[in-house]
Design a protein around this ligand. Structure first.
Ligand SMILES: [Zn+2]
Length: 406
């Protein structure tokens, strides 16, 4: 009896091995994996030994992309699949005896802008090229809905995935409230500027951002989101990605920098521009744009497409809105908050470059000036300035809703 079971098991194993050997010759081999880009746009390139048959599926909660392949042998270098840009995790393996799957986990909602299988020109084999771009919660929920309507009957979701209840809970189908994303500059390993007395910009900006959030919360019909609510490091592109995730109507980045002349003080409102309004503004933008490098992240120049997103056609309208909001802020602050000469300035700030989100950067004061520092450390002063800024947001939102800005 026992011998028979052993024998049967042995035969079974033989059959498996033979089937395995026979299939092996035809198995697809995924040879290399590469990813490049940032939190707004990431390109994946996978090299195969022969042409793969590919299908994809979006998965929610967390945001994931599954790429299904025939049975595949993966030969990826471990280092190559480390988190990059929008992608926080890459997994791959067999899902049954004939199929394999790659699963990418992303930082937030995304769209597959392009997915092509291309024959290599100079080397044998094929490559899969996919461009993943950051999108909004609503766009992702829509894409999931469309996918489920068209593929729910044919695609089997991995265990535990809620493909049927695709839409993330917080995505409502009603009209979107006027949304403001408040960005506390710097954070984590990037402390930003430091005063002579040791005050760190990243702490001042967080305290102010929280008070601004509270003031905005008092306005009816306004939704407020923060890019960070604790001492976390965020890449500049991650801040922009968050603004786009929420389809923000306004993005307000809060700073409190130092400047090389201690006498300069007061608030400044910046908008983005390829040409800086003055040398100080250019220097300020250069320093701000180095925030990622401060944290040891090298600037990724492998993806020229990132430049394309900056040139998006929607930018012109967005820019008009940014200028309009900046003017409203200056008007509101000017009444009783100390401002620098020519308080609306412009320079090439990376963090203000969302093509579809009107964005301003507000230096609430300068940590290089003792009086400014004293004020910024005073909760009552911060609360007052936050209230003036919130008033400006309310005015702007009213004008925008009424269509008075076009
Ligand atoms: Zn700063």
């Amino acid at each position: 009896m026992i011998r028979r079971i052993v024998m049967a098991a042995y035969l079974g194993l033989l059959v498996c091995l033979q089937a395995g050997n026979a299939a092996h010759a035809e198995d697809l081999a995924a040879l290399t994996y590469q990813a490049a880009g940032d939190e707004l746009r990431t390109r994946i390139v996978i090299n195969f030994d022969h042409e793969p048959d590919v299908s994809t599926m979006l998965l929610g909660d967390p945001h994931r992309l599954a790429i299904d392949l025939p049975k595949t042998v993966f030969g990826f270098d471990k280092k190559s699949v480390e988190p990059r840009g929008l992608i926080t995790d890459v997994r791959y393996g067999m899902i049954d005896s004939t199929r394999s799957r790659l699963i990418f986990t992303l930082k937030g909602p995304f769209a597959v802008e392009r997915l092509d299988v291309i024959k290599n020109d100079t080397s044998p084999g094929y490559r899969l090229v996919a461009d993943l771009v950051a999108s909004s919660d609503r766009a992702f929920a829509e894409a999931m809905k469309t996918q489920n309507q068209t593929t729910a009957s044919t695609v089997v979701a991995p265990k535990g995935d809620r493909i049927a209840s695709a839409a993330p809970n917080e995505v409502s189908t009603g009209p979107k409230p006027f949304t403001v994303v408040v960005d506390a500059g710097h954070g984590g390993i990037d402390s930003g500027a430091e005063s002579a007395g040791g005050s760190l910009e990243k702490n001042v900006t967080l305290l102010f951002a929280q008070q601004l959030r509270d003031e905005l919360g008092k306005l009816p019909g306004i939704r407020v989101e923060m890019t960070r609510n604790d001492d976390t490091f965020l890449r500049l592109s991650e801040r922009v990605r968050i603004a786009r995730q929420y389809e923000a109507d306004l993005f307000i980045s809060i700073h409190a920098d130092t400047i090389n002349r201690g006498s300069i003080r007061g608030a400044t409102v910046y908008t983005v521009s390829d040409k800086a309004s003055d040398a100080d503004s250019r220097a300020m933008a250069d320093r701000e744009n180095r925030a990622d490098a401060v944290a040891g992240i090298a600037f990724d120049n492998e993806t020229p497409e990132i430049a394309d997103i900056l040139m998006d056609l929607t930018r012109r309208e967005t820019h008009t809105f940014s200028l309009s909001f900046a003017k409203t802020v200056v008007k509101s602050l000017k009444k009783d908050v100390n401002m620098i000469n020519n308080p609306h300035r412009f320079a090439g700030f990376q963090v203000l470059r969302a093509p579809d989100v009107p964005s301003v950067l507000v230096e609430i004061g300068y940590l290089s000036n003792q009086e400014d520092e004293k004020l910024m450390l005073d909760p009552a002063w911060r609360s007052h300035v936050a209230e003036r800024l919130a008033t400006a947001v309310g005015e702007y939102a009213g004008m925008k809703t009424a269509g008075a800005l076009n």
